[in-house]
Write a protein that binds this ligand. Structure first.
Ligand code: MN
Length: 347
């Protein structure tokens, strides 16, 4: 299906997955040798074990194709530009030196791909939170020398969350560079995944949102946005469920602060929902559905919600048509598909 109707906006898709053959080979090796202890990783990539399955094989091929096939898929669905994010869990499953080196080589390859098709691709840098200072330096290099537009971090890193101050050099760098960090889902951390597994709820059906929403709330309650007030975080999937919870989070957070229940919860300068409104941006990846899109636009502002497809995982051309038909003014539709992404990622 080719969508050719003239339109007054570019479609920029802002959470589009890619991977290097090098990283995929390393994933296969981990899976075969069972050399890491994260059931989420096996759940997410274990399909390599049955890679004859048509969907697995299709994803495996599409995610690594950075040329003709990807461009043809974009043309067929009417996508003008993809913002590329190294697919989850990226480099975060490896040891620190391996992950740091792999982030550098991956970002170099991404920049080379973008240089070949500068009107079709832009990208976010991979960083290795396992080595926070090196990650901060790599983010600087990726933005200043390679022209990448921010960083992607796939939620927890081997069970650790970015609210731990040992990671905050990364946030200091992002704030200083004035680039966003996209907190992309990962499967629930090893500490929380068990009850998800037997009903296959660990991945995109629900576990991603539980994990990533938790991560975002941990960040807010840690006070990271009081320390770095200009830090910009992007969440996919319309905010991983959090927009629905604002009232109750604010109400209960105030009570927890008053009760002095934990050293882990201190008074913040503002309400939790204020940070979600002013430090966060949202994409509708995987959520091509009018009610929550218009709800998040109403709650967070039309200038904070961007279009995303989540290629190749949710490559559904009909969803693009559905998004074209959202009940939005011409101005708001152009913001959703094009100009918000241009502003936030400086495209
Ligand atoms: Mn995604």
């Amino acid at each position: 299906m080719t969508i050719t109707a003239p339109r007054a906006y570019k479609r920029i898709a802002t959470e589009e997955g890619w991977a290097t053959p090098e990283m995929m080979k390393m994933y296969v090796k981990i899976l075969e040798t069972k050399s890491i202890n994260d059931p989420g990783f096996y759940s997410l990539w274990g399909f390599f074990g049955q890679s004859q399955a048509p969907r697995a094989l299709d994803l495996f091929n599409r995610i690594q194709d950075m040329g003709e096939r990807r461009l043809a898929d974009m043309d067929a669905a009417g996508i003008d530009m993809q913002l590329l994010l190294l697919t989850s869990p990226g480099v975060q499953v490896f040891d620190a030196p391996t992950a740091t080196a792999l982030a550098i080589s991956t970002n170099d390859q991404l920049a080379a791909t973008i240089a070949k098709h500068p009107t079709r691709f832009a990208g976010l840098a991979a960083v290795a939170p396992q080595a926070p200072q090196a990650a901060a330096r790599e983010l600087e290099r990726a933005v200043q020398q390679l022209g990448l537009k921010g960083a992607v971090i796939n939620s927890h890193t081997q069970g650790e969350y970015l609210d731990d101050e040992k990671f905050w050099d990364i946030f200091a760098a992002a704030e200083a560079l004035d680039v966003p960090i996209y907190i992309h889902p990962n499967t629930p951390s090893p500490q929380m995944i068990e009850p998800f597994l037997s009903r296959c709820l660990d991945a995109a059906i629900y576990g991603f949102a539980a994990e990533t929403g938790l991560h975002a709330l941990r960040l807010i309650l840690s006070g990271v946005f009081d320390r770095f007030p200009k830090l910009k975080i992007v969440l996919g999937h319309l905010g991983e469920g959090l927009p629905y919870w604002l009232y109750r989070i604010d109400f209960m957070h105030a009570g927890i602060v008053r009760s002095n229940r934990s050293d882990g919860v201190k008074a913040l300068k503002r309400k939790p929902s204020d940070y979600l409104r002013e430090n966060f941006y949202y994409t509708n990846s995987g959520m091509a559905w009018e009610p929550p899109i218009t709800y998040v636009q109403k709650l967070m502002g039309h200038d904070r919600v961007m279009y995303a497809m989540d290629y190749p995982y949710q490559y559904v051309a009909e969803e693009v048509t559905a998004m074209d038909n959202l009940p939005l003014s011409d101005e708001h539709k152009k913001m959703f598909f094009q100009t918000n992404a241009e502003m936030i990622f400086k495209l």
